[in-house]
Design a protein around this ligand. Structure first.
Ligand code: NAD
Length: 255
């Protein structure tokens, strides 16, 4: 008899994860593999470490070197994954950057770089993968990585806030259109997680203390803290959930 735990299994599934070389994307890639999936790892940097760790788990992985700041690489990413694995069941739009500067000094480049990767690439990669899912008629799962700044304004990061608010909106928009095809689109909003992305915040003693004092859990999150929710949203266990953004933030938004 199948139990609820069986619904979390990803055996036989193929996941495509962007920004998979390190940080949250690496942990999410490992979570997919631990749950049974083979994984296509997309990044600007080498994904060899993630690939090796996935192979140690006994799953397959391929690395795809691509710069998602332009959407011209998207057809190659999709074609390479399908050539290697035959299909894509799960897309995790994780790659993202942040730029910090006061509003009055914020440059057009810092606006465009962040919007192009965090927002435009998320839409067009989802579009390209959704087309293959619709054609296969087997449904699918899209998981976007949002942020607390999908809900809040943040400090010194206007393009990041704009892009991550858009990710929450796009999650809803895509869910509406893809639901009839058995495709769910949900998002994870990580709290303050200890990765390279937040190294400047953690090395600023004052900001770091102010952030820690506001987190009910009393600690920064770790990449491993996202593994459970990532597998949930990528699996049949979340089939009736669509268009929702879940915060994994040690209670930050509850304050
Ligand atoms: P990170 O900087 O540690 O990792 C990001 C990964 O994306 C890197 O491997 C990097 O090489 C890759 N990447 C960057 N630009 C790329 C490009 N143009 N094309 C392809 N790959 C590219 O960051 P992280 O903390 O792991 O963040 C992952 C996601 O989580 C991002 O979308 C980030 O905005 C989001 N997030 C992070 C936090 C946090 O506290 N760390 C909180 C909320 C949301």
């Amino acid at each position: 008899m199948k139990t609820i735990l069986d619904q979390f299994k990803l055996d036989g599934k193929i996941a495509l994860v962007t920004g998979a070389a390190r940080g949250l994307g690496q942990a999410i890639s490992l979570a997919m593999a631990e749950a049974g999936a083979d994984v296509a790892l997309v990044d600007l940097l080498s994904t060899d470490e993630t690939k090796r760790k996935i192979e140690e788990i006994g799953r397959k992985a391929i690395g795809i070197h691509a710069d998602l700041s332009s959407i011209s690489c998207i057809p190659v990413i999709v074609a390479t994954t399908i050539k290697a694995f035959g299909k894509i069941d799960i897309l995790v739009n994780n790659a993202g950057i942040i730029r910090r500067a006061p509003l009055t000094e914020f440059s057009e480049k810092d606006w465009d770089d962040v919007i192009n990767l965090n927002q435009k690439a998320v839409f067009f990669l989802s579009q390209a993968v959704a087309r293959t899912m619709i054609e296969r008629k087997q449904g699918g799962k899209i998981v976007n990585i949002a942020s607390l700044l999908s809900f809040q304004g943040g400090i010194l990061v206007p393009s990041y806030t704009a892009s991550k608010s858009a990710v929450m909106g796009l999650t809803r928009a895509l869910a509406n259109e893809l639901a009839p095809h058995g495709i769910t689109v949900n998002a994870i909003a990580p709290g303050y997680m200890a990765t390279d992305n937040t190294a400047p915040l953690r090395s600023d003693a004052k900001r770091s203390q102010a952030i820690l004092e506001r987190i009910p859990a009393g600690r920064w999150g770790t990449p491993d803290d996202l593994k459970g929710v990532a597998v949930f949203l990528a699996s049949a266990a979340s089939d009736y959930m669509n268009g929702y953004t879940i915060a994994v933030d040690g209670g930050w938004l509850a304050r």
